[in-house]
Design a protein around this ligand. Sequence first.
Ligand SMILES: Cc1cc2nc3c(=O)[nH]c(=O)nc-3n(C[C@H](O)[C@H](O)[C@H](O)COP(=O)(O)OP(=O)(O)OC[C@H]3O[C@@H](n4cnc5c(N)ncnc54)[C@H](O)[C@@H]3O)c2cc1C
Ligand code: FES
Length: 266
Amino acid sequence: MVQIVKIENESKNVRTLYFYDRELSKRRAGQFCMVWKPMEDEMPMSVSKVDANGLASITVKPLGTGSKALYESKTGDFIGVRGPYGKPFELVKGSCLLVGGGTGLVPLIALAEELDAIKSKVTLIIAGRSKDELIFLDYVKDSLAPKGHRIMVSTDDGSYGFKGQAPNLVEILLRSERFDQIYTCGPEIMMHKIFLLAEKMEINLQAGLERIMKCGNGICGSCALGKYLVCKDGPIFSSKILREVHEEFGKKKRDLSGRFVEITSH
Ligand SMILES: Cc1cc2nc3c(=O)[nH]c(=O)nc-3n(C[C@H](O)[C@H](O)[C@H](O)COP(=O)(O)OP(=O)(O)OC[C@H]3O[C@@H](n4cnc5c(N)ncnc54)[C@H](O)[C@@H]3O)c2cc1C
Ligand code: FES
């Protein structure tokens, strides 16, 4: 159990909860933790911002009961955390395009910082339905832009930046620029569209996938994706594996009972 020491609002409905946990503060970009509010369900969340003094955090959007209980936490409340779990992003030195939608941006912010440390050039696309749903924009303007990295924004309704969905902006960029690697995390429909564009241009892609996770470390099988376990073999998968699981990626996933359900845009 850890105690929440600070809470920051990232947008009208996304919050970052900070706490001290030495293990989680050593996470690599893309790794996640299992987290719960006492008496509520446990669920996976990316480990968000960390520092060298053991500070770690999660960034929460309230959807169902578990995430709402976390979102409504107050400074001083206790939450349970375990991890970090999963394979991180593989770092590629060169020109990298990062595309994140919603809370999918959480692992990409950490990734941008790791890529900066190995002197890669980052283009980060922050995508959202509208301006008031964008997260981490001020943070990256202060931390990444001054180091020469490029920040771009797309909103579905055109209230900020490019008007349209992130894959439309990616398609335009790929007409005139060459990237050594594309990284994406967010709604699976979005990631799938970007994967198809990357395939056309023969650029390797790494995507962060979400599935139901109960144990978080390879025991229960609830996160199965083809012959892979998202908690252990992922959550980051590269193009080679995404090609192998093409019947599921972007199309269907297992629900809490293990039954396949169609992946929709919501
Ligand atoms: C690797 C990974 C990283 C994630 N990172 C973030 C993040 O940084 N921020 C964020 O807000 N969300 C993140 N999610 C999504 C998050 O885990 C939940 O799916 C989401 O918050 C909805 O949960 P809920 O209980 O509020 O919703 P509901 O739809 O009400 O869930 C219904 C039931 O399903 C269970 N449930 C829902 N999703 C999952 C799940 N993935 N695994 C196990 N049980 C589940 C709930 O406990 C509940 O019993 C991530 C998911 C994965 C797999
Ligand atoms: S969550 Fe249990 S095996 Fe992946």
